[in-house]
Design a protein around this ligand. Structure first.
Ligand SMILES: C[S@@+](CC[C@H](N)C(=O)[O-])C[C@H]1O[C@@H](n2cnc3c(N)ncnc32)[C@H](O)[C@@H]1O
Length: 270
């Protein structure tokens, strides 16, 4: 039986999105990061166990274990979502942004806009960048953001996205007032929505990640709001990225408003 928790303008469902999403009304934007079906859960845990072992054996010191954590929960990344679920997400969302899009090219239509998260580091053992498929027929965009950002956010999920990455995605959809993430993990999309005053609906199947999402979204509400009374959806030009800028931030790049965030550079691929 699915459980629903409501916090402010956020509705968080603990359950399976294959059962819950069909029952939900449509929204302005689906912004999500589904399982890629590549065993990322097990790979992260293997790295975590190895780092723990090295530290215990004293062979690598504490530093080598930094970032490699055993997240314990396995099994959620065994399979990609079924084709019908990609169809349903496109029906429910007026627009869709789907991270891991390169794993779903056979399930999604061709699109002009791809979003690229450039992790700013080359030839590391992990990927240099990640791709999101977007339903918007506009120019592709690149954001350079260090891979360690999610660690600074307090990473509790092996594939947790940095908060600023999700803020950047929302920047592409200033008029989207209602956002849904059917694979919300630790609720990063929801935290970004709280920061920008958007209504959010999230679904997560794993109890541990659902509880973390509830806690993070409660904490986001407890903090001073960065963007009060967003007038998105009311025909106004939203400038939420600007609202996030610290007073001394240097604005760089001609991309979105968030391009001015420290450590945050935007570019374009055409
Ligand atoms: C790639 S992770 C998302 C991580 C998220 N972006 C974050 O920042 O924490 C995908 C999540 O989808 C969840 N999931 C997998 N299948 C699901 C389903 N059928 N219904 C709901 N959640 C599911 C997994 O438990 C996992 O936490």
């Amino acid at each position: 039986m699915a459980e629903k928790v409501t916090i402010g303008n956020c509705e968080l469902w603990h359950g399976d999105c294959r059962e819950i999403l069909p029952t939900l009304p449509g929204c302005d934007l689906i912004l999500t990061d589904p399982p890629y079906g590549i065993g990322a859960d097990e790979a992260a845990n293997r790295s975590g166990k190895l780092a723990e072992k090295q530290i215990m054996m004293g062979s690598a010191g504490n530093k080598s274990g930094r970032g490699w954590k055993n997240y314990q929960i396995e099994g959620w990344d065994k399979e990609r979502p079924a084709p019908w679920l990609f169809g349903l997400m496109q029906e429910k969302g007026k627009e869709c942004v789907i991270w891991g899009g390169n794993y779903f090219t056979d399930l999604l239509p061709p699109s002009m806009r791809w979003l690229v998260w450039d992790k700013g580091q080359r030839n590391f053992s992990l990927a240099d960048c990640e791709f999101a498929w977007s339903s918007q027929q506009q120019a592709a965009r690149v954001l350079t953001l260090p891979r360690g950002e999610a660690l600074q956010d307090g990473k509790e999920h092996p594939t947790q996205k940095p908060l600023r990455l999700m803020l950047w995605c929302l920047d592409m959809h200033p008029k989207a007032a209602t956002v849904c993430d059917p694979f919300m993990g630790t609720g990063t999309t929801g935290v970004a929505c709280v920061n920008l005053g958007k209504t959010f609906v999230g679904i997560e199947r794993e109890r541990k990640y659902f509880d973390i999402a509830v806690r993070r979204i409660e904490q986001a509400y407890a903090q001073p709001r960065l963007f009060e009374d967003a007038k998105v959806g009311a025909g106004e030009t939203a400038v939420q990225g600007d609202m996030l800028l610290p007073a001394n931030a240097k604005v760089s790049g001609a991309g979105t408003a968030s391009a001015g965030l420290p450590g945050y550079t935007a570019g374009t691929t055409e």
